[in-house]
Design a protein around this ligand. Structure first.
Ligand SMILES: [Zn+2]
Length: 460
């Protein structure tokens, strides 16, 4: 990887040149030689040598990465094979001349951790992080903290859910590399709400990493129990969608509980990219690592007018590796222009990140409707009477929405208004019902599941 000092102020032209060189050397030198699936696919036509070449290649989709039935190790078709030791050390001559091998020794390709992500089919996809990849999590973690404006003086509570997934481990390696005081809690399911709040209080923590749903749950609980966390000034959220209205809502809560100038910032986690990307300020766009990931923004497979699906090509990984991978996440686009907020020249993803997984098809009165349920996160964040919500998409019955209200006596006014507003936005009339706070937080599984069940499929 490039040095961060150099990369973060590199002019656009040089960033593009760097990516082109990486594409050529990594895809031609590593992937075409050591990657079973692409080596086979590129046998006739050769490896792509430029972004224009790459744009002509077929996409890789999540289902490609799944092990085929009866072959549990089949996911290794999408992982780089380690070179023979003679090859990596430049053969006998290389040894005689004392060739230095730091990047391509077979040990760097060895599996260090396996992370998983759930595909649209619900089947989990293993993704191998090699020794090299885990070493890079330290470097990309430090970059992430730099973009977020965090330093060694910050005391952090990592309440990202403990999972074999980038979301927890990126923050773990970032804080360990920085050498700052940090508590790795594993989130609500592991340590529990009470202990996480006590830790924030006793450690005088300045920074909390968690999902937006859990941040809200934690801040509401602190308000209810009249807990003050005056040092808490950075709430960093991600993993599930967090549109700007939700950032603002969390900021109001954070300032009631924590530091009077507490801010909320966002991180985007993409397991297959093997590094997470942060915004320097809400809405600035996620700064990604151009020496590590090449991104395209293409027409989504499912119809979402005006949106672009993010397509990833790894540029510097060992272990699992993807080329032109359809991520299933959409954005407005990608920009290489200097960030107006922090003046770094790193490229950015612009617009809200949405998941194609949350675009559901339901049949209402015999008519098929496509619902972009990603919009619920923003629509409900601006409803002050609503505390928690859960949406149920039923293919045959339409949409249901359970809400818990701050004051249950408001239900006769709030529910019909909510129904009308959502119907106008989504194009179908949802069934809106009120549920007690405790029941809804149980249904969401805020302390039971690694990530809350916010949008589910089922019967109404
Ligand atoms: Zn910026």
């Amino acid at each position: 990887m490039e040095t961060w000092e150099k990369l973060r102020c590199m002019p656009e032209k040089q960033v593009r040149q760097l990516q082109e060189q990486r594409l050529q050397s990594f895809l031609g030198g590593e992937v075409a030689v050591r990657h079973p699936a692409y080596r086979e696919a590129w046998q006739a036509g050769g490896a792509p040598r430029s972004p224009a070449d790459l744009a002509k290649m077929p996409f890789t989709v999540k289902e490609d990465l799944l092990p085929p039935p009866g072959n549990p190790a089949g996911y290794l078709r999408y992982a780089l094979e380690a070179p023979a030791s003679a090859e990596s050390s430049g053969g006998l001559l290389g040894k005689l001349w004392g060739k230095k091998t730091t990047e391509s020794t077979p040990e760097k390709y060895a599996t260090s951790q396996v992370f998983f992500s759930a595909g649209r089919t619900g089947r989990i996809t293993p993704f191998v992080y090699s020794i090299h990849d885990v070493e890079q999590l330290r470097e990309t973690g430090l970059r992430l903290l730099d973009v977020l404006g965090l330093t060694q003086d910050d005391t952090t509570v990592n309440a990202m859910p403990y999972l074999p997934n980038l979301c927890f481990w990126q923050i773990y390696y970032a804080t360990v590399s920085l050498g700052a005081t940090a508590l790795q809690t594993g989130g609500g399911r592991i340590l529990g709400l009470e202990k996480i709040i006590t830790a924030l209080e006793n450690m005088e923590a300045t920074t909390l990493f968690t999902t937006p749903g859990y941040a809200e749950f934690l801040l509401y609980s602190a308000i209810r129990h009249q807990v003050k966390l005056p040092d808490l000034r950075n709430i960093i959220v991600g993993y599930t969608p967090v549109p700007l209205p939700l950032v603002r809502r969390l900021e109001v809560l954070a300032r009631m509980v924590g530091h009077p100038e507490a801010t909320v910032k966002r991180v985007y986690y993409l397991n297959e990219a093997k590094s997470a990307w942060a915004e320097c300020a809400p809405g600035s766009g996620y700064h990604f690592n151009p020496d590590h990931s090449f991104l395209e923004a293409v027409e989504p497979a499912a119809g979402q007018p005006g949106r672009r699906e993010l397509v990833l090509t790894n540029l510097d990984v060992k272990g699992s590796c993807v080329v032109r991978f359809r991520t299933g996440d959409t954005v407005d686009g990608i920009t290489y222009e200097t960030c107006p907020s922090c003046k770094r020249s790193l490229p950015r993803l612009v617009g809200e990140v949405e998941r194609l997984q949350d675009v559901k098809t339901v049949t209402v009165n015999g008519e098929e409707k496509i619902l972009n349920l990603n919009s619920l996160y923003g629509l409900l964040a601006v409803e002050p009477e609503v505390m928690f919500w859960q949406a149920v998409a039923s293919p045959a019955q339409g949409l249901g929405l359970g809400v818990s209200l701050r004051n249950k006596d408001d239900a006769p006014n709030v529910l019909p208004r909510l129904q009308e507003r959502l119907a106008a936005e989504l194009g179908v009339v949802p069934q809106v019902t009120a549920a007690p706070h405790r029941e809804l937080s149980e249904r969401l599984g805020l302390e039971k599941h690694p990530v809350e069940k916010r949008i589910i499929e089922g019967k109404l």
